[in-house]
Write a protein that binds this ligand. Structure first.
Ligand code: NCD
Length: 332
């Protein structure tokens, strides 16, 4: 992994996210999160979905509560999704504009957190380019505060992992007999890591991580997955195909990274290439999507594509997570 910037001693810690009684207090990673908690969150998210065209589900579970969205990295979907999820649960949602916030002026993360605690914020949703930042905040937060990881360097993006797994379950149900191919810049993808960790816990039949060698993860990073460097081999008879963006902002050395045309020719999910997967296969992408690079536009818009379904599921998953951690805080 090429995780950057923050203090490398402060790695994510699966234990920090649970209370002494095992209930979910923060959501930092899917790595090591129990099957029971995963299934509870997926089932709860299902209940926050309404039929297409109907009004979104609302609840009063977070009435009177305050959520702060702290995004120290760009975001469209995740931030909007947490914003709507909080509002649909009745919370006040504060979207901190990082460009004008004090952290840019050199204030430490913890001073920002203490300031928000003093304003009686209950849940902090954090996206940061530094590995270990969400866990660091969680360790230092007051016991009436919960921290949710909304994307941490290339390490973890647990709510994305949950929404991806929920989408797979809706179309395929049975993880043991499912073959999932995640294709693209695996090495720099927190999306791939979170999906992989959740799928491992749920007993995935076969997980293929398909990428050019320069974008492959280390062999011991996700040892339960099969590393594949040829797209045809990766797609053959797959039930689920997930394309990923090339995360240039995280790639220090571009040596060995293919150019756009070469990349699309060898690793782009095209209509032609999709014929290798099962006819019933679904196509996923976490966004933001680069049509004509990692995925052909016609595939993204095809009936096999569940990309917008992922976005809908994202709001439901975040409602489920917010509601779950709030119950833990309430039981204090
Ligand atoms: C991803 C992210 O930020 O990790 N997007 C998302 O959250 N939906 C993937 C990406 O940036 O490519």
């Amino acid at each position: 992994m090429s995780s950057s910037t923050f203090n490398p001693d402060l790695k994510d810690d699966a234990d920090v996210q649970l209370n002494a009684d095992g209930s979910l207090r923060h959501l930092l990673t899917l790595k090591g999160l129990s099957k029971d908690i995963l299934i509870e969150l997926l089932d709860s998210a299902e209940a926050f979905l309404s039929p297409e065209g109907a009004l979104p589900v609302r609840s009063k579970a977070l009435n009177g509560r305050t959520i702060a969205n702290l995004f120290f990295e760009p975001s469209t979907r995740t931030r909007a999704s947490f914003d709507l999820a909080g509002k649909r649960l009745g919370a006040d949602v504060l979207n901190l504009d990082v460009n004008t916030s004090s952290r840019k002026k050199g204030e430490s993360i913890l001073d920002t957190i203490y300031t928000l605690e003093a304003m009686q914020v209950d849940i902090m949703v954090v996206r940061d380019a530094g590995a270990g930042v969400p866990a660091y905040i969680a360790r230092n937060a007051k016991d009436f505060v919960s921290v949710l990881n909304a994307g941490e360097s290339d390490v973890s993006h647990p709510t994305q992992g949950l929404l991806d797994i929920l989408t797979m379950r809706q179309y395929r149900q049975d993880f043991e007999n499912m073959t999932v191919a995640i294709v693209g810049d695996i090495q720099h993808s927190r999306v791939a890591r979170s999906a992989a960790h959740g799928l491992e816990t749920l007993g995935i039949g076969e997980l293929r991580l398909v990428s050019p060698p320069a974008m492959a993860p280390a062999a011991d990073d996700m040892p339960f997955a099969k590393l594949v460097d040829n797209l045809d081999d990766g797609l053959r008879d797959a039930d689920v195909v997930m394309a990923l963006r090339i995360q240039r902002e995280r790639i220090g050395n571009l040596d060995g990274i293919p150019g756009i045309d070469e990349y699309f020719a060898n690793f782009g999910i095209s209509r032609e290439r999709m014929k290798l997967a099962k006819p019933t296969a679904i196509v996923m992408h976490p966004g933001p999507m680069n049509r004509g690079i990692e995925i052909e536009g016609i595939v993204a818009d095809s009936p096999q594509s569940v990309i917008t379904k992922q976005v809908t599921n994202g709001v439901a998953v975040r409602m489920a997570v917010l509601e779950r951690v709030m119950r833990t805080l309430d039981a204090r």
